[in-house]
Design a protein around this ligand. Structure first.
Ligand code: FNR
Length: 184
């Protein structure tokens, strides 16, 4: 059965390597997972005053509806100064409120990331996984996915040109699909 994954990428720039990796994962997951990319660049900075009668600004409601409708969540994070970029934390905060109506609770979830540096977002993901658990997501611990990005291994459209890397992405996508299936 095909499952839907709400995908949040913690980078807003057009040439994001994390966006490229997310697109590559979507390709290798075809047939098992459909990736629904969630726009987070138009969310306002979190502010409790912006809730009115339990509803947030339009981009917040759109994001919350997408996540609520998905079978699972995938967070694709860059590493900024050894932690999670603010844009992604902001999205997590919006999804966690109003109190008692968090969209994250019990969601099967994975996180992965790519960096230009050697540790491939390991520090950011350590912080992110702790937050995901706190938010009540059911986080897939293994396999882990830390990537030092090599542009020569990706085509423009996100197709992976390197066999070994494609195998790595497929292993991760298959495990995420199985994780979601087990919990659905
Ligand atoms: C970075 N980068 C970075 N890389 C890393 O491995 N560890 C880090 O702590 C940081 N810190 C950091 C802070 C800030 C503010 C920026 C802009 C960048 C480099 C980062 O890996 C690189 O810019 C990636 O290309 C960011 O991902 P996207 O935007 O290409 O998806």
């Amino acid at each position: 059965m095909t499952r839907t994954v709400a995908v949040l990428v913690g980078s807003l720039r057009s040439q994001s390597i994390n966006h490229t990796v997310a697109k590559a994962l979507a390709k290798v997951a075809e047939g098992r997972l459909v990736f629904d990319f969630v726009e987070i660049g138009d969310l306002p900075l979190y502010n409790d005053d912006l809730w009115h009668d339990g509803r947030g600004p339009e981009p917040v409601e759109r994001m919350r509806a997408q996540i609520a409708a998905a079978d699972g969540v995938l967070l694709v994070t860059p590493e900024y100064n050894r932690t999670v970029p603010g844009v992604l934390v902001n999205a997590l905060d919006w999804g966690s409120r109003p109190w008692g109506q968090s969209v994250w609770v019990n969601k099967p979830a994975g996180c992965c990331g790519a960096a230009t540096g050697a540790i491939g977002t390991a520090a950011a993901q350590l912080a992110l996984k702790a937050q995901m658990v706190t938010l009540g997501m059911v986080v897939m611990g293994h396999p882990e996915f830390y990537l030092k990005f090599d542009p020569e291994k990706f085509a423009e459209d996100g197709t992976v040109t390197d066999e070994s890397l494609r195998g790595f992405l497929k292993t991760y996508a298959d495990a995420l699909a199985a994780h979601i299936e087990r919990l659905s």
